[in-house]
Design a protein around this ligand. Structure first.
Ligand code: FES
Length: 106
C-alpha cells in the first residue's frame, strides 16, 4: 500500500493504492478530471501525462524506452524531459509511499 498525493493549483488530493496498481488506477479512484485516459491505460493516447515531483523522480522506475511512452510524452503539451510520465505506465511499489504527482492543465 502506498499513499499518493496529486497536486494541482491550491489543492492536494491523496489516495491509497496497492502495490502493483498504476498511477492511473490511483487517479481513477478519486476521479481526477485532469486525467482523461482516453485509451484506458493502453499507452496510446498521452492523456494521462503528469509531472513527477522533482524530489521523487529518481525513485520512480525509469521509462521503458522501447515502449510508446517516450514518443507520446515528447508530443505532449507541458512535456518536461526529466519529470514527465504517463500515469498508466507507472506501477506502484512500496517505495512510492508519499509520492507527489503534479497534475497538468490541458
Ligand atoms: S491512458 Fe492513454 S497513454 Fe495512459
Amino acid at each position: 500500500m502506498a499513499k499518493i498525493f496529486f497536486k494541482k493549483t491550491n489543492q492536494i488530493l491523496e489516495v491509497d493504492v496497492n502495490v502493483g496498481e498504476t498511477l492511473l488506477d490511483a487517479a481513477k479512484k478519486i476521479n481526477i478530471s485532469e486525467i482523461t485516459a482516453d485509451c484506458k491505460g493502453n499507452c496510446a493516447c498521452g492523456t494521462c501525462h503528469v509531472h513527477i515531483d522533482d524530489k521523487w523522480i529518481d525513485t520512480i522506475e525509469p521509462i521503458y524506452m522501447a515502449s510508446l511512452e517516450p514518443y507520446l510524452l515528447e508530443k505532449s503539451k507541458n512535456y518536461n524531459e526529466k519529470l514527465s510520465r504517463l500515469c498508466c505506465q507507472v506501477e506502484i511499489e512500496d517505495a512510492y509511499d508519499g509520492l507527489i504527482v503534479h497534475l497538468l492543465e490541458n
